[in-house]
Design a protein around this ligand. Sequence first.
Ligand SMILES: Cc1cc2nc3c(=O)[nH]c(=O)nc-3n(C[C@H](O)[C@H](O)[C@H](O)COP(=O)(O)OP(=O)(O)OC[C@H]3O[C@@H](n4cnc5c(N)ncnc54)[C@H](O)[C@@H]3O)c2cc1C
Length: 412
Amino acid sequence: MDSVIVVGASLAGWRATEGLRAEGFEGKISLVGEEPHLPYDRPPLSKQVLAGKWPPEKAVLADKKRSSELQVHEVLGRRATGLDVAGRTVELDDGSALSADGIVLATGAAPRRLPGTESLGPADGLFVLRTIDDSLALRAAVTAVEGARVVVVGAGFIGSEVASTCAALGCQVTVVEVMDVPLSNVLGPVVGAHCASLHGANGVSLRTGVGLERIERAAGGTGSGSGRLSVHLRDGEVLDADVVVVGIGVSPSTAWLESSGLTIDNGVVCDDRLFVADGIVAAGDMARWLWRHDGSEELIRIEHWEVAANAGAAAARSLLAGRTEAPSFAPIPYFWSDQYGIRIQVLGNPGGDDEMVITDGSFEEGKFLAVYGRGGRLRAVMAIGKPRQLMGFRPLLQNGASFDEALAHELS
Ligand SMILES: Cc1cc2nc3c(=O)[nH]c(=O)nc-3n(C[C@H](O)[C@H](O)[C@H](O)COP(=O)(O)OP(=O)(O)OC[C@H]3O[C@@H](n4cnc5c(N)ncnc54)[C@H](O)[C@@H]3O)c2cc1C
């Protein structure tokens, strides 16, 4: 293999680039990215960068020096628009094309938009949060008005982090969530309700079980006493807002692959070694791969930092090793979320209807460990304030422990 194109200049794409060089690949690497920036990290965008505690440079994953050390051919500010699988050619939005022996697909995911808000954007006070530019623009908007009224639509992890950071900045924050219990689809109703209670405990209003009717520009605009935007809820309530942040999840960025012939089904579908075709691998938030775990297999797509980072490195190894020699990519997923001064950590892949037992600590203490099982097997462990104990479950998850074994696990 003499040349590789990495499409998507972010975490997974960068880890693939570093991985190729770490494995001794000396050929040409072209890194194609739609954003004008070299790769940077997204987790600080809803935390330290939005809070103003970090300058944006601190979130950088790869600077000019590192990129040149790794002899990366940067193709930034260019969107890939198509892929010719047999010819291993990537078409770009300026009409040009790049061909190579190998391709890494790593175009991540993009925020879902609220239907009916197409005509509204940051200039009106309506934001999504995915890029460094989104984060800086949102920070400017929430700090422009003293005690800005911020409505966050969606009480998932990103929405909750934004609410937490904005509250710490002195904003008046309201979170609107269509589910009765936020995060119950991931952490179950009991732990979900506990996480939801953090909002109220930190001065943030939470409206649950209510959908959005519409968002519209408010008459009068800022400074007139009414908000710049009016958020109409299905139950008739109207919230005035200086800023609305929509955090209702992301969709994998696969539109550019639609005519490629690859299987697209909630992500680009990969085998267990991250191959989508000979000489083409995928990694990160866009990849739905065959996860072989505990004697079974399922197609999963994970939107977490650690999985994307490891998948990037694994995709590089797979590409160089070839389809038959590459090892299976079978990580135990891990993610964290920082809200209101606490860190939520989850190891494994929990489901909202899993069995759940608190095995250590309690909600009252504010520190606990929750163990999740399904069909008699250990599925996941979630913790607040117990990082060491959480990590102690990693071998059990790796070895496919039963739920009973996990519950009996000696905590050290
Ligand atoms: C605000 C925020 C906070 C987060 N916090 C956490 C956290 O606390 N913990 C955690 O585990 N995870 C967190 N995550 C998730 C984590 O950042 C993602 O899982 C990770 O960024 C995925 O990396 P990726 O490289 O697959 O995709 P992305 O980071 O989405 O990058 C994909 C890149 O590809 C580019 N691209 C898209 N389409 C094209 C195209 N057609 N041509 C060229 N380029 C293209 C995009 O512009 C983008 O730069 C957070 C995410 C966000 C947005």
